[in-house]
Design a binder for this molecule. Structure first.
Ligand code: GDP
Ligand code: ADP
Length: 181
């Protein structure tokens, strides 16, 4: 199975590590999720996410177009099914970066996918990264830290844990866990 699912708490560096994987391993296909949250400065529709409104998202769920979907900090997120299934059918190594509830849904449907948890070197470092990114208000940061506690408690459900101490090393460890040959 050439599907790898990467999860981990907000601010741990999932986006940064996935960007490093993209840069060094163009053979890996990274799924672009749909979300109802607003783009951050520098984010482009169709690149980091497909930014959609609640009506569009609800319609996609209704039509069964999402492999999995979940709410996170007040917004909906989901993985479009068709592009992923097409890449998997071609034998391309695929990577999903999604939160815990979504990872559990994928595991229920595709149990032989590989589930990798990206962990922070420490709780203090997680708080530092999430705050230091400077993209969220204190209230949103608090909500994400609350959620992070739940996500960290689920680490043992995953097939492997990669500690994001150094981005290059974490990306290399992630790729080593993927079935990329
Ligand atoms: N279930 C699910 N979670 C997703 C999807 N896309 C992104 N996420 C997760 O949603 C959470 C919030 O993502 P985002 O708003 O980009 O914030 P960030 O990860 O802190 O930069 C993160 O845990 C993502 O991994 C998806 O398609 N499905
Ligand atoms: N290994 C690392 N060491 C130090 N800072 C990091 C590392 N990985 C990511 N960061 C920083 O932490 C912040 C959160 O990273 P991001 O990729 O947005 O996390 P996530 O996608 O998991 O929410 C960013 O400011 C990023 O530059």
């Amino acid at each position: 199975m050439r599907l790898t699912v990467l999860s981990g708490p907000s601010g741990v560096g999932k986006g940064t590590v996935v960007a490093e994987v993209r840069r060094r391993h163009p053979e890996v296909w990274v799924s672009v999720s749909c979300t109802t949250r607003a783009p951050r400065p520098g984010e482009t529709n169709g690149v980091e996410y497909h930014f959609v409104d609640v009506e569009e998202f609800t319609l996609m769920v209704k039509k069964g177009e999402l492999l999995e979907h979940a709410m996170f900090a007040g917004h909906a997120y989901g993985t479009p099914r068709a592009p992923l299934e097409a890449r998997l059918a071609e034998g391309v190594p695929c990577l999903l970066e999604i939160e815990l509830q979504g990872a559990r849904q994928v595991r229920a449907g595709i149990p032989d996918a590989r589930f990798v948890f990206l962990a922070p070197p420490s709780w203090q470092e997680l708080v530092r990264r999430l705050t230091g990114r400077g993209t969220e208000s204190p209230e949103v940061i608090e909500r994400r830290l609350d959620r992070a506690r739940t996500e960290l408690a689920a680490e043992s459900e995953f097939d492997a844990v990669v500690v994001n101490d150094d981005v290059t090393r974490a990306a290399a460890r992630l790729v080593a866990l993927m079935d990329t040959d």
